[in-house]
Each structure stands twice: as structure tokens, then as C-alpha cells.
Design a protein around this ligand. Sequence first.
Ligand code: ATP
Ligand code: MG
Length: 412
Amino acid sequence: MKQSLMFIPTLRDMPKDAEIASHKILLKGGYVKQHAAGVYTYLPLAYKVIKKIEKIVREELDAIGCSELLMPTLQSKDLWVESGRWDGYGKELMRMKDRHDRDFCLGPTHEEVVTAVVRDSVNSYKKLPVALYQIQTKFRDEFRPRFGLMRGREFIMKDLYTFSTSREDLNTWYLKVRQAYINIFTRLGLKFGIVSANSGQIGGKESEEFMVLCDIGEDTICFSDGSDFACNSELMDLKEGDPSPDGKGTIHLAKGIEVGHIFKLGTKYSEPMNLMFIDVDNTKKPVVMGCYGIGISRLIMAILEQHNTDLKVLWPETVAPFKVHVIPMDKVGSDGYNIANDIYEELKKKYEVLIDDRSESAGVKFNDADLIGIKYRIIVGRRAKEGIVEVKNMETLETKEMSIDEVKGMVF
Ligand code: ATP
Ligand code: MG
């Protein structure tokens, strides 16, 4: 990709309203553009990263037998009355009326819709289990949208729902999804922990959150140094130094960003919404459900928080917008540029390559490259005429001088 053609509207000055590193990077680096409080456009650079995150999520969920679908964002009030959440959800629910004065909401989550989808076609144990997920825009009129994509009013979520004949089968799915989440967050290059949580508006009795460890996180995690006990501080009133409730070790506190939440819903939706099936023993029972969310757009910020140094970005290779960044020092049309372009043309047969073909100073190019955060930089400078270019690994900060042919054949 030619950088001049990729719409990356970087800002010259540091945006004043951004308080945390990831938010500053997203705005300054031309990744997102704010539209209204908690509502953003994902510009091409951010959208490339999002698609890579989504691909990893899809691969891991498909691998455990989940199927992807896409449900409506616009949801009718009737279903929400059936579940009892039309009144229960409160002000976070974005409500609206159609031209016939019928009530709708913009989905903050999809338990109602998915329960209705399954109930009309699954009536026997023979058709269970079912595991359905989607990646979709969600709407929540958050009281305090803040930190950019961290707490948006419109955001991208992956939501998965499982439908089982028994509590045991739900437990099996829960553990499979939990492991898939571990795989996903590991592939995303995150340091994270899993904590017991409060199931909030979604309901059910048991839930766990996946927390990316980070000082600016909104959640407080209480964990023991003597066992794997860990919970969200919402759940228990624990202080630094308290004995761990499981009797093993001492409690410590840390901050975290919640990037995933998994719930054993049980029959919270199937009972009021009448999602029943006939079991092997010919009796009618409510379907046992689980639901599992990942904050896709929030993840971009969580990754950035753990992968920047003084606002210089280094994306994990699994989600980086490109593999290689070719940076010619000379202008388009010059011999130096042509050499860079040859390298670009060759490498792009195998890798995603970005070439900085803009007429900008070296300083501007390097500053922007630090915001784009690609691991390998090929700098085509003064020695290009002698057939020598520099390859810099931004992770090890090692720079190697290499011949043009060597670079063209390089394996990244
Ligand atoms: P929070 O406690 O942060 O409000 P939640 O418990 O309301 O989160 P869930 O309903 O479990 O969140 O949603 C699943 C995932 O979606 C969360 O783990 C989080 O990563 C993400 N998420 C929730 N609300 C937002 C939001 N307003 N903006 C961006 N991502 C969000
Ligand atoms: Mg919430």
C-alpha cells in the first residue's frame, strides 16, 4: 500500500482531550475520528487492526464448533418485555420509535433476539447443542463515555450464545469458550488475568472477566499471592494486605481493562421467553444457556496500552496493520525512491507492505512510522546508490545494513 493513498490523517499536536496513551495514539496517529461523545469512525489504519483481531476471534471460535450469524441491531420492544428487561435495563438502552409509534431499541446485547431465533426452530434434544456468535455494533447510552473506544456508546462486540440440554453440557461449553478466549488474548499479545465477576445487566449467577493488566484500567482486580483466587473488586470488599478468602495467601490489588466476559446464564432467558425442548426422557425442559462477550473495539486500546513506549507504537505482529514499512528518504521519481519502490514491489508479493511515498521530511516520516507501529522498517537512504539499505527491527531495535537483493529475499 502506498502511504499517500491510505487515509491516515495524523495530527500535528497532541490532542488535548485525550488522557491516556492509547487514546492519544489513536487520535494523533489518524486511527479514529470522533463523531459525538462515545461515537467514532474507525479510519483505515484502525479498521485494518480491527479486522485482524476479528479474524483471530473467528478462527478460535470456529475451531470449537461455533457458527457465525448476524442479528439485527434494531430490536422490537416485545422481545424485551418478554425477558423483563425493557424496564429493567434502564437508561443505557437506546430506545426509539418507528413511524407507526412502535417501540424499538438499538441492541446493547442480543440475548432476547438470539433466544427468539433458536426457540422457533429447536424443540428437541436432538437439535442441541447450538453455539451462535456474531461480531456487531452495539449501542449503550453509557452515563460517562470516555477514553475513546474504551467506553463508547457505539462499539464493536463479539457476542456468543450457547444452548445446551443440561447444566453439565453448559459447563463443557463454558470451559471450551474460556480456553478459546485464553488462546485469543494470547495471540493478541496481551498480558491478562481471569477474575470472578458480577454478572450485572446480563444476569445469571456465575461469570468471569478477562482483564488486561494495565494501570489506567477502570476495574480493580483483587488477587491472592498464594493461590489462583482472583475477583473483580465489585464482588468483595477486599483491601491490599487482607488475607485471601480461600485461606491461601495475601490479597493484592491491580488495575485491569475488561476485554471479555463469560456467563453461565442458565435458564434466565429460556424460562421467561419459553425456550423449551423435549429431552430424551420425553419431558419438557428449559434450554440451558451461556453467553460470552469480547469488546473488539476496546481491545485496540488495551493492546495499545501494553504495546507502546512513550507513545511509540509496536503492534504485536498478529494484528499489526502491515508487516513491513519501507521508508525512502528521497522523493518519488528519484533513483533512491525507485530502489525503494523495487523492494516494495518484490516484498508485497509475499507480505503486507506499506511504502512511505509522501513528500515529507525524514523527521515527519519517522514520527508517523512510530505511530503506525510496524515491526520491520526498511530505510532506503544515502547508501542506496551503492546497493545498501538499512533494515531495522523495532522490537530489538537492531539495525542491519543489507544489500538490496538480500532484502528482497528476506523472510520476515
Ligand atoms: P463494563 O463493566 O466495562 O461496562 P460490561 O460488563 O457492561 O462492561 P458486557 O455486557 O459483559 O460488558 O460486554 C462484553 C464486553 O464488551 C466487555 O467485556 C467489554 O470488553 C465490552 N464493552 C462493554 N461495554 C463497552 C463500551 N461501552 N464500550 C466498549 N466496549 C464495551
Ligand atoms: Mg457496562
